[in-house]
Design a protein around this ligand. Structure first.
Ligand SMILES: Cc1cc2nc3c(=O)[nH]c(=O)nc-3n(C[C@H](O)[C@H](O)[C@H](O)COP(=O)(O)OP(=O)(O)OC[C@H]3O[C@@H](n4cnc5c(N)ncnc54)[C@H](O)[C@@H]3O)c2cc1C
Length: 425
């Protein structure tokens, strides 16, 4: 890997997501050698992936090059590689570009889409966990519009203009709202030859309300906002099958759609070599103690989405959202320096800063203890928080100007089919 030898302890961080970049920041220019490894050369700001999918933002507004991030830190190195295996007896990991030894290993691999074993949904459904997947969705939506514009068969036009989003959590809700804006703002102007009334957006949620992790108040408001935008919300509805066109569910609802977007679940990314008992049965998270140490290992740590730190307040581990990853990454950076100095580490305590979701222009819901509200002010807060959370000044500026432009012009600026998506048959 061409990493220079040093006398400093070596910390290998796998994953340049929220957790990974925050631990690297804390170890920056300290007497340690830090090696950040990721299979992509950029950090992805996943909360805004839906805007890439729905043509609101270009991908480079939400992705940040990891080499650019790391260049400020003289003690840190980046390697583009996929980590395959941990050989803990030898303090070594095996990667796609060779092996590397570590004194401390930090795993922050995040999650991948979970289809719960349904192979047809996996084959025909569209996941939205990565930038390429978001771009696939954008291409497919725009390709469907193009096909519908020249199609004579009305049933086929309807299927092309029908969008089914599975999963009524924040991702599904935000995406449904954004696709509804395409229907309301873009279709009538760009596709004058298409009857935009034929376009349908269906949001399917298995529980009895959308946004199940948020308050009842937020769920009610979000559903109201979605319906106002023209989204058809189906609660208590599970998808049983999807053959590329026909969607069957546990209810009477049967839909025909050329596009099913799967936002219904995640499971953890794993690496080989760790003992089986380290993983939770439910969703493959790595069991960690309050210092993020993986069960049974002194010098292997797990952070963020893949870490399950069970406590009285969080018996199933922390929610798989950005804040636990950010907070755990920062604390572990400080704790590793303490550990190396022979001092005792500080226990992790999650500070819940609340949750929010936006549902199109001027509308959002926010749960901030003790305040719960929705509407324009919530939308403003949502925008501010997301802008500030984006990595990199340039990305913030691009995103801000895009949003202002889109807001003033009722537009979506990125309606390009750069890399056509080839749907399976
Ligand atoms: C569509 C979507 C919307 C979301 N919206 C919100 C939101 O609004 N608010 C919120 O708080 N949270 C949201 N989340 C969740 C949030 O993004 C995650 O909780 C957060 O990214 C977790 O951070 P992490 O560092 O644990 O993992 P990630 O950010 O997922 O980073 C993991 C990194 O590990 C790398 N990696 C994985 N496997 C390997 C390997 N074998 N070798 C090398 N590198 C590897 C990946 O390339 C990735 O860069 C959303 C998630 C998604 C998918």
């Amino acid at each position: 890997m061409k990493i220079p030898e040093t006398n400093f302890p070596r910390v290998v961080v796998v994953g340049g997501g929220f957790a990974g970049i925050n631990i690297v920041k804390k170890l920056a220019n300290k007497p340690v050698q830090v090696i950040l490894i990721d299979k992509r050369n950029y950090h992805t700001f996943q909360p805004l992936l839906y805007q890439v999918s729905s043509a609101g933002l270009e991908a480079d507004a939400i992705a940040y090059p990891l080499r650019k991030f790391i260049k400020r830190y003289k003690n840190s190195f980046f390697r583009l590689a996929e980590v395959h295996r941990v050989v803990s007896e030898e303090n070594r990991i095996e990667t796609s570009i060779g092996d590397i030894t570590y004194d401390y290993l930090v795993l922050a691999l995040g999650t991948k889409t979970n289809y719960f074993g349904n192979e047809t949904i996996q084959k025909f459904g569209m996941p939205m966990k990565t930038v390429p997947q978001a771009l696939n969705i954008r291409s497919l939506i725009l390709q469907n519009f193009e096909k519908a514009a020249i199609e004579d068969d009305l049933e086929e036009v309807k299927a092309l203009l029908s969008f089914v989003i599975v999963g009524g959590g924040p991702t599904g809700v935000e995406l449904a709202g954004a696709i509804a804006e395409l229907k309301n703002q873009i279709l009538p102007r760009d596709y004058r030859d298409l009857n935009s009334d034929l376009m349908e957006i269906h949001l399917l949620e298995g529980s009895d309300r959308v946004l199940p992790p948020m308050s009842q108040n937020a769920s009610k408001k979000a559903e109201k906002f979605l319906k106002r935008l023209g989204v058809q919300v189906h609660c208590n509805t599970f998808v049983k099958n999807y053959d590329g066109v026909k969607v069957t569910t546990n209810t009477d609802l049967k839909l025909e759609s050329e596009t099913l977007i799967w936002a219904a679940g995640v499971t953890c990314r794993t690496v080989e070599g760790l003992r089986d008992e380290c993983y939770t049965e439910r969703n493959n998270r790595l069991k960690v103690n309050e210092y993020n140490q993986v069960l049974g290992y002194d010098n292997i740590f797990a952070l963020g989405d893949i870490a399950s730190m069970e406590s009285k307040d969080y018996p199933k581990g922390h929610p798989q959202v950005a804040q636990p990853a950010i907070q755990q990454g920062s604390l572990l950076g400080k704790n590793l320096l303490k550990l190396m100095a022979g001092k005792s580490m500080k226990k992790f305590k999650y500070i819940d800063k609340g949750s929010m979701a936006t549902i199109g222009r001027n509308k959002a819901v926010v749960d901030l203890k003790p305040y719960k509200f929705g509407g324009f002010f919530a939308w403003f807060i949502w925008m501010f928080v997301h802008l500030m959370a984006l990595v990199g000044f340039r990305n913030r500026v691009i995103t801000f100007f895009n949003w202002v432009y889109n807001y003033i012009n009722f537009d979506k600026a990125s309606r390009l089919i750069i890399r056509p998506f080839k749907k399976l048959n």
